[in-house]
Design a protein around this ligand. Structure first.
Ligand code: IMP
Length: 429
């Protein structure tokens, strides 16, 4: 029995929450390995709706949750989220949640810098979530970050704050934003330390034991391949690697532990934030997709941009993300459209491309090449078997499989957990 990693195959918000929740119910441990509280997963269980940002989804199913070293953690946001879900009846304590002691902290300076830089960019803004994700990862690679383990060492915190503030206050001042006092940050960190430290441990060791005991581990990705800092639509990306390979380095295990990689893709495309989006629709169809699909960001509340399914892009995500199979979500949102378009490649300055080139100007200029398919009359909503799908909807799924060069192993047909067509159980490989 293998492990499973779940990653987004587009620009995020693919409906990972539902798929991860279903998989979590069959796993022993659920591990977050990158990103931070920029992510947002909505899980509907019975009458309760849980909105998780930083906590691994498995907690909702009573499974051990692990936050790996690849995650950037805003400790105040984490404690607030724990309080919120505890009020909904979830058990979150050091027996159900473990946090890598070597994970990096997001401090109030990071979100302040994130927002100040976005404001200064004006029309060239990235559309970040403003949560300090980028600046925290920058501090990590610059070797000045404060980590979870430092909370046990007040003198290390004091020492690191000097270097950190030298850098950040200089920048904030230059951007005309308010600066931070060392004492204030120090006091805030010392106040939260006793609440966070009981969760901290070398999680790599626990994962090693779990692996040797044959436990099932689910690696829960955040954001998506096209937001990957290397492979995405740079610079309109997040600041971490979102591909499946990060599940290993972001939690402290080897690449062979990752197991089957399930990519999640919507049956159409959405994006929040700025950046290239070749199949974006500015017409009534785009509006209808947004309304029917309830396309508003969980974290930002912003309206998502909508467009046709981009098979060329998902094919690229399959290759660079190491995706073995796809979960196709929200197929029911396409019910009733007379025609559906699928992007199979691009034209850029008169030249044909099968993939999105890396250059920023080329990406902005990419014009989609479409294949047009007939839509379907019946409804996919709530279907739990292929037989319950309109024939034309099955053709649409089959064509996607061919174009993206990966099998569709799961189809989701409504927000309900059981409205799912399972072709192959990812835990079975
Ligand atoms: P950051 O991760 O806050 O730095 O934002 C960088 C880009 O990633 C922006 O375009 C965000 O809208 C996007 N982004 C970050 N997290 C998510 C997510 O969970 N879903 C979709 N887009 C996201």
């Amino acid at each position: 029995m293998g492990n499973v990693a779940v990653i987004g195959a587009q620009w995020g918000d693919e409906g990972k929450g539902k798929v991860v929740d279903w998989l979590a119910s069959r796993a022993d441990i659920v591990v977050r390995f990158q990103g931070g509280h920029n992510a947002g997963h909505t899980l509907v269980v019975g009458n309760e709706t849980y909105k998780l940002s930083l906590l691994p989804s498995g907690l909702v199913r009573g499974k051990l949750g692990i936050i790996g070293n690849g995650v950037v953690i805003d400790p105040e946001a984490l404690l607030a989220e724990i309080e919120r879900v505890r009020a909904q009846g979830l058990r979150v304590d050091p027996e159900t949640l473990r946090i890598a002691e070597n994970a990096v902290l997001i401090l109030p300076v990071h979100s302040a810098l994130d927002r100040a830089r976005e404001d200064a960019r004006g029309d060239r803004r990235i559309g970040t979530t403003g949560r300090g994700i980028g600046p925290a990862y920058e501090d990590k690679v610059a070797r000045r970050a404060i980590r979870i383990c430092d909370l046990a060492e007040p003198e290390t915190i004091a020492d690191k704050l000097d270097e950190l503030l030298l850098h950040h206050n200089t920048l904030l001042r230059g951007l005309g934003a308010a600066t931070f006092s060392k004492q204030e940050l120090y006091d805030r960190l010392l106040a939260i330390a006793p609440k966070i430290l009981p969760f901290a441990e070398p999680v790599w060791e626990r994962l090693d034991e779990a692996r040797r005991a044959g436990k099932r581990i689910l690696f829960e990705g955040a954001q998506a391949v096209m937001l990957d800092v290397d492979h995405g639509t740079y610079p309109f990306v997040t600041s971490s690697n979102t591909v499946a390979a990060t599940a290993a380095s972001g939690s402290g295990t080897g690449p062979s532990s990752i197991g089957t990689v399930l990519g999640i893709a919507k049956a159409y495309t959405t994006r929040v934030g700025a950046g290239p989006f070749p199949t974006e629709l500015h017409d009534d169809i785009g509006k209808q997709l947004g309304e029917r699909g309830h396309e508003f960001g969980t974290v930002t509340g912003r309206r998502r941009r909508c467009g046709w399914f981009n098979a060329a892009m998902v094919r690229q995500a399959v290759k660079v993300g190491g995706i073995h199979g796809l979960a196709l979500t929200k197929l029911d949102v396409l019910d009733g459209f007379p025609e559906l378009h699928i992007c199979t490649g691009y034209m850029i300055d008169g030249k044909a491309f099968r993939h999105l080139p890396a250059g920023q100007a080329a990406q902005a200029a990419a014009q989609p090449v479409y294949e047009v398919m007939e839509g379907w009359q019946g409804s996919c909503r709530g279907a739990r078997s292929w037989a319950a799908l309109p024939a034309q909807a099955i053709k649409y799924v089959r064509r996607i499989e061919e174009l993206v060069e990966a099998p569709v192993t799961l189809v989701s047909t409504s927000p309900e957990r059981d409205d799912t067509i399972l072709v192959r159980d990812p835990f079975e490989g």
